[in-house]
Ligand binder design. Structure first.
Ligand SMILES: Cc1cc2nc3c(=O)[nH]c(=O)nc-3n(C[C@H](O)[C@H](O)[C@H](O)COP(=O)(O)OP(=O)(O)OC[C@H]3O[C@@H](n4cnc5c(N)ncnc54)[C@H](O)[C@@H]3O)c2cc1C
Length: 394
């Protein structure tokens, strides 16, 4: 359905207040566990299908093409926003995967609840022995009549403590090579046998968790995709995650008319820009920020980027900007920066995690080296060996 930019603004202004340039939202949920802000935002947008415009109307979207979706995304930048971190796995990862691979029953059951924020999802991929080497996942899923019995443990499960569903990578065939014996499931986080233990992060957040899964029954109707297609789905999900992390600057000021980003305005207001050396450092960070924004905008107009290796480059760039800004921001505050209540302290303590979450910087560079630059691949001696015969620690 075609709609002009003026019409988009008219309709959005009916459901959202205008953006207050002085508002500073949290980033990636850091420092806030408030689920209500995001839920109210999604509830306001779901009837118009504004949050996930390319999804079908029946599932909370508006059947938009990519061009319209980009225009809507740009227009949304002019209105009051919300840190949608708690809802990110559902909106950016699970939703697109279900649209492509879910059954129509699964789509009807889960998509609308993702779009309106009533059900939160987490991503249960990493394990103590499966991080960068994700294909080493040891969570077992054994056939049990018309369902599966899952057992094992996950770690670093962001949003685990308040999620309704977990997208869980599990091993259905230990006799197959490690990439081939995996299948994806939706795990009901309220099911008996699921235990979530939160972990304290160095920035004070308790967003991620260990998840212990003991004899949890999952009906076959909650298997996502074909048996044995877990690795392909994991790769698709990770590419979507990188593209999502890489598509934002995390510093605000993404709307084209927004002018200087809020963090630079704050630095100027605090008088830091009157020192020529500081100003030069700030400008270097601003240039990184702008290049990242423009590259992200260009990538957003190329539909294939969302599922391709180029997302690794986008993720590396936005991580570099986030860290440069957080570290310079701390530096600018001088001795006062040693106080925990100093401005930007939370971002400073969150910055190192940016190089780890969604795949480490080193792993992103491996992907770029192999899949974009065509460099020789890393030696992989375990590729064709049955997973159960591989040497493992513990
Ligand atoms: C804030 C945060 C949130 C997270 N949220 C989630 C989540 O919701 N769900 C989830 O499943 N996981 C999550 N993770 C886990 C994250 O995906 C892993 O931490 C990450 O993939 C790295 O795995 P690892 O910690 O086991 O480190 P390892 O894989 O053990 O890596 C250790 C070091 O070795 C390097 N290294 C490893 N292999 C190679 C290689 N082949 N080439 C070069 N260097 C290499 C790494 O770059 C790293 O520096 C989260 C992590 C963080 C920090």
């Amino acid at each position: 359905m075609s709609v002009t930019d003026e019409e988009i603004h008219r309709l959005l202004s009916e459901c959202l207040p205008g953006r207050d340039p002085d508002t500073r939202s949290t980033v990636l949920g850091a420092g806030s566990d408030d689920l209500g802000i995001g839920r109210r935002y999604l509830e306001a947008l779901v009837e118009g299908g504004w949050m996930v415009p390319t999804w079908p109307v029946a599932h909370g979207g508006r059947d938009a093409d990519d061009d319209l979706a980009v225009r809507i995304g740009t227009a949304l930048g002019g209105y009051e926003g919300a840190d949608l971190y708690p809802y990110g796995v559902g909106l950016s990862l699970v939703g697109p995967v279900l649209l492509e691979r879910g059954t129509s029953e699964q789509q009807a059951r889960w998509l609308r609840a993702i779009a309106d924020g009533s059900e939160i999802w987490c991503q249960m991929f990493s394990e103590p022995d499966a991080g960068s080497d994700l294909a080493n996942v040891g969570m077992r899923a054994d056939r049990d009549g018309d369902g599966w019995i899952l057992g094992g443990s996950k770690v670093w499960t962001s949003r685990g403590a308040y999620s309704r569903w977990g997208m869980c990578l599990a091993r259905t065939d230990p006799g197959a090579a490690k990439h081939r014996g995996l299948t994806m499931f939706a795990v009901d986080m309220d099911a008996e046998g699921v235990e979530v233990r939160t972990l304290d992060q160095m920035n004070g957040d308790r967003h991620f968790s260990e998840v212990f899964v003991s004899g949890v029954r999952v009906p076959d109707t909650d298997r996502i995709g074909d048996l044995g297609s877990g690795w392909a789905i994991a790769l698709q999900t990770l590419a979507l995650e990188r593209a999502s992390l890489g598509s934002r600057s995390f510093g605000g000021g993404d709307a084209p008319e927004a002018g200087l980003p809020p963090w630079l305005q704050d630095w100027r207001a605090a008088g830091h820009m009157s020192d020529p050396v500081r100003r030069q450092e700030a400008m270097r960070t601003y240039v990184l920020h702008r290049v990242n924004q423009l590259t992200a905008a260009r990538a957003a107009s190329v539909a294939s980027v969302g599922s391709g290796p180029a997302g690794s480059g986008a993720k590396l760039r936005s991580v570099a900007v986030f860290k440069a800004r957080a570290y310079l921001g701390k530096d600018l505050t001088g001795a006062a920066g040693m106080l925990v209540e100093s401005p930007g302290h939370l971002e400073f303590l969150t910055a190192p995690s940016m190089s780890i979450r969604g795949g480490t910087d080193e792993v992103q560079r491996n992907i770029l080296g192999e899949r974009v630059l065509g460099l020789p691949p890393e030696p992989r001696l375990d590729k064709d060996v049955p997973w159960r015969d591989l040497l493992r620690g513990g």
